[in-house]
Write a protein that binds this ligand. Structure first.
Ligand code: CDP
Ligand code: CDP
Length: 225
């Protein structure tokens, strides 16, 4: 199986680039962040504190997360309900970052992520894919960009969806999540030693994809020999 890992902070372009790569390589794309978002949604809907380890552990016992693909688009199923579209709010982003610090949450989701990688050629993006989920991935990328640029990208996306936010608010949100994600004890966000570092601050999406493709070609040739 060809396993490609892409990690990095919020707004670095991971999901945009991963989707394009998956399309070009004709393999699946797995957005692991969507799984953490789905857990956060359930906690918020049920009035459970997203930082309460014990309450979340109980909630998890009764929670089913699954992934399906419709027209090559990933859908996230929370207890059988398609929540793909409603997990993209700033409130859920913040909640996801909090539930993601709880080891029991991570272990449950990582099991599903590894199972998918064993069965399919996949481009997987997240925070701990190269360091923890798939330490033996065929190729690993760490994609980053300046905080200013990442906040601008997020703001544009929100505007396109009709939401108005200030650049400072978006920047604060991203900064807080970067901090949570990189300072947590269990599987924090960090570059794997063997990951290829790409700074996308001054690059277009296509330029990033072009930079990645040669590494993937080499890795897939190696994998076949
Ligand atoms: O997944 P991640 O949070 O890392 O980022 P994303 O959801 O892919 O969002 C990145 C946004 O920046 C998208 O709207 C892209 O079109 C845009 N962008 C990019 O991803 N990469 C660049 N090199 C330039 C812009
Ligand atoms: O697209 P964006 O970068 O805004 O966020 P995301 O990839 O959907 O992830 C939402 C949150 O889930 C992140 O801030 C992390 O706290 C968490 N996450 C994680 O801890 N590990 C992953 N493999 C993926 C996401």
């Amino acid at each position: 199986m060809l396993n490609i890992a892409i990690d990095g902070p919020a707004g670095a372009g991971k999901s945009t680039v991963a989707k394009l790569l998956a399309k070009q390589l004709n393999i699946i794309y797995l957005d692991t962040g969507a799984m953490y978002r789905a857990i956060a949604l359930k906690a918020i809907e049920q009035g459970v504190d997203v930082s309460d380890t014990d309450a979340l552990s109980v909630l998890l016992e009764d929670t089913d997360i699954d992934i399906s693909y419709v027209d090559e688009q990933q859908h996230v199923l929370l207890d059988g309900r398609d929540v793909t579209d409603i997990i993209r709010t700033p409130q859920i982003s913040d909640g996801a970052s909090k539930v993601a610090a709880i080891p029991a949450v991570r272990l449950k989701l990582v099991e599903l992520q590894r199972r998918i990688a064993r069965m399919h050629d996949v481009v997987m993006d997240g925070r701990d894919i190269g360091t923890f989920v798939l330490p033996n991935a065929d190729v690993k990328f760490y994609l980053t960009a300046s905080i200013e640029e990442r906040a601008k990208r997020r703001l544009e996306e929100m505007r396109a969806k009709g939401y108005e936010h200030s650049l400072d608010d978006v920047k604060d949100d991203i900064r807080a999540r970067d901090k949570n994600d990189s300072e947590r004890e269990f599987a924090p966000l960090r570059k794997a030693d063997d990951a290829i570092l790409i700074d996308s601050t001054d690059k277009t999406v296509d330029e990033v994809v072009e930079e990645m493709l040669p590494f993937i070609r080499i890795a897939s040739i190696k994998g076949k020999t």
